[in-house]
Design a protein around this ligand. Structure first.
Ligand SMILES: O=c1ccn([C@@H]2O[C@H](COP(=O)(O)OP(=O)(O)O[C@H]3O[C@H](CO)[C@@H](O)[C@H](O)[C@H]3O)[C@@H](O)[C@H]2O)c(=O)[nH]1
Length: 479
């Protein structure tokens, strides 16, 4: 069955349609799945958004009232929360991803099952019985439990289509002996831009490699795939995925898709946004500032931080840097770093904040380029605003994204694994001034136009979203 077949089956099912959305509890997963929730609510679908208690408390603490859907004048989304099973004082960073995953499987799955049983009976009160689950594709247990209970489940994958396709290929690469890559081999040859866990795995039993391969193979058991990308960006990866998973909806970039919703797209920040940086940007010349952010998960060593800092200062360019409270590895902070940051707060040419309203910053006329870790959300946000990128990928899908940015879409530069002040300086100059910068800017602008077209009426993502809505409505059982 293709996605077109669901259109007729959906007629009249709107009022009785209720979707439960369950993201993996990390910032990069929350934002885009919350945007999906808001768009579905605007399409007249009841939505329950399931958070972990830990994250929900953080969201409420950091949200500015109207940024979460259901809290302002926009469409209503009902929030529920279950425990993630970890003690409150435990960091939920990238380094602990497997621990969080194990805890969710072992300790949260029963609470999730109980909640679904409850919602399946319609005991949620105002909402009808739950008729569909959209679970993060890296939580196969959430898909299996829903299907066991007779609730159709779809998988949402948060990385790019090319990354998802690379994950699909892991078992084949293991079988053919191309993975794990032998010690001492040139990591740029023959498979360039491999995700970090492929490059670092020293045996086929590597836990991270196994985790990614397993969840990817498993999520293909869902009824459909939803991807935050568009046909224009990744046509060949999408067609490879569709060969395995025919019902795949490419509905991105979701934060730019405004199908039926008038309000600004939802933001779900786990940190409180420091809006003083927007006022600071207002006072800066056009395209003069390098915006630096390494997302929500990455952790740097002291040495890396200092190399970046000195490179940025050495470039002579103005910069705005997001230094999250947990950006530097445990025990890495020094008084020297503290005083450098304090000094920057008072200077005209640099600004440091703990967390920024990133989409607004990227859309600001004063921003000239984005130095990024190449998380997929950041990549899409920069793309939509036509801002060229300097990529310093840390882990997972980020190596794939940075390679596509530099070699396929040609809208940025890839620092790969180098972290030296001279490279930082050179790349900032290249991205900000001269012919190469003009060329990058032109191609970033053209990409922005094409991507924006995809999410407007008549565009491929807009149409895919309409088909997804019809598919979800067609799953509603008579109440
Ligand atoms: O000061 C900041 C910094 C970031 N953000 C937002 O936080 C999100 C960050 O997402 P992303 O760029 O995807 O980075 P991560 O938080 O690192 O996301 C994880 O999830 C992504 C989606 O699967 C992967 O692509 C990444 O590799 C993985 O680390 C984006 O929406 C940003 O707008 C802010 O609002 N303010």
């Amino acid at each position: 069955m293709t996605s077109d077949s669901y259109v007729t089956a959906a007629a009249g099912a709107a009022a009785s349609t209720h979707v439960l959305i369950f993201p993996f509890p990390a910032q990069g997963h929350l934002n885009c799945m919350l945007q999906l929730a808001e768009l579905l609510a605007a399409a007249d679908i009841h939505v329950t958004f399931l958070n972990t208690e830990y994250n929900h408390r953080r969201l409420l603490r950091s949200s500015s009232g109207n940024s979460l859907p259901g809290r302002g004048p926009g469409p209503k989304v009902q929030f529920r929360a279950i425990a993630d099973g970890l003690p409150d004082d435990r960091a939920r960073s990238a380094a602990r991803l497997l621990e969080l995953d194990a805890s969710l499987r072992a300790r949260s799955s029963q609470a999730y099952r109980d909640l679904l049983v409850d919602l399946r009976e319609g005991s949620g009160g105002r909402a009808p019985r739950v008729t569909c689950v959209i679970a993060d594709g890296i939580m196969p247990f959430a898909i299996d439990i829903a299907e066991e209970l007779g609730i159709p489940a779809m998988a949402f994958r948060t990385p790019s289509a090319s990354s998802v396709w690379a994950y699909y290929c892991i078992p084949k690469l293991l079988q053919s002996g191309e993975l794990p890559i032998p010690e001492g081999a040139d990591l740029d040859e023959p498979i360039r831009g491999l995700p970090s866990f492929c490059r670092e795995a020293r045996s086929s039993d590597d836990p991270m490699l196994r985790f990614v391969a397993e969840v990817t193979a498993h999520s293909a058991r869902a009824r459909a795939f939803i991807l935050n990308t568009c046909e224009h960006l990744e046509p060949s990866a999408l067609s490879s995925i569709r060969a395995r998973m025919p019902v795949t909806y490419a509905v991105g970039p979701l934060h730019a898709l405004r199908s039926g919703s008038e309000s600004a797209p939802a933001r779900a920040s786990l940190w409180r946004e420091d809006r003083t940086c927007v006022a600071w940007l207002d006072g800066q010349p056009e395209r003069s500032v390098v915006y630096v952010s390494f997302g929500s998960f990455a952790v740097m060593s002291r040495k890396q931080f200092l190399e970046f800092w000195r490179g940025l200062v050495g470039s002579g360019r103005r910069f705005l840097w997001v230094v999250r409270p947990d950006l530097i590895e445990e025990g890495g902070w020094t008084d020297e770093m503290e005083s450098m940051i304090e000094g920057a707060r008072d200077r005209d040419r640099a600004r440091v904040v703990g967390w920024a309203p990133q989409r607004e910053v990227l859309g600001h006329r004063a921003v000239g380029c984005f130095m990024t870790h190449s998380g997929w959300n950041s990549t899409l946000e920069s793309m939509v605003e036509g801002v060229p990128m300097i990529c310093w990928p840390f882990f997972a899908d980020q190596q794939i994204n940075s390679r596509f940015v530099s070699e396929v879409w040609r809208i940025g530069l890839d620092m790969k694994d180098t972290c030296e002040r001279s490279t930082v300086e050179r790349m900032v100059r290249e991205a900000m001034e001269g012919d190469a910068a003009d060329e990058l800017r032109r191609s970033a602008k053209a990409t922005a136009e094409a991507v924006r077209k995809s999410v407007e009426e008549g565009g491929s993502s807009f149409a895919a979203f309409q088909r997804l809505v019809q598919h979800i409505k067609s799953l509603a059982r008579p109440n």
